[in-house]
Design a protein around this ligand. Structure first.
Ligand code: SF4
Length: 90
């Protein structure tokens, strides 16, 4: 093995250790939560209601336009397959 290969292998190992440390820290602080959101496509998100079901009456809705599960901005009038009505929803 040449010196160059040895060096890049060491750099790779160091990089892996660093990633582990960052991931562990995020896990403890809850910072990794944002990365666990799913894409609109996987959630089968649509920007219009499904019958009476819509984001603004969903337990996962975070006003004005965010969702606990779905990435990016969503519409209060949108809908996805993770819809769960709030207790007082109409
Ligand atoms: S319907 Fe889906 S996208 Fe809308 S708030 Fe609920 S979980 Fe999020």
């Amino acid at each position: 093995m040449s010196h160059a290969n040895l060096f890049s292998r060491r750099a790779l190992l160091a990089g892996t250790a660093l990633t582990f440390a960052v991931t562990a820290t995020q896990g403890l602080s809850g910072g990794a939560l944002a990365d666990e959101k799913v894409s609109k496509q996987s959630a089968k998100y649509q920007d219009h209601p499904k019958g009476q079901q819509r984001c603004e009456i969903c337990v996962n809705f975070q006003p004005p336009n965010r969702c606990r599960f779905v990435q990016g901005d969503i519409s209060p009038k949108g809908w996805c397959q993770f819809f769960a009505a709030r207790d007082n929803a109409h």
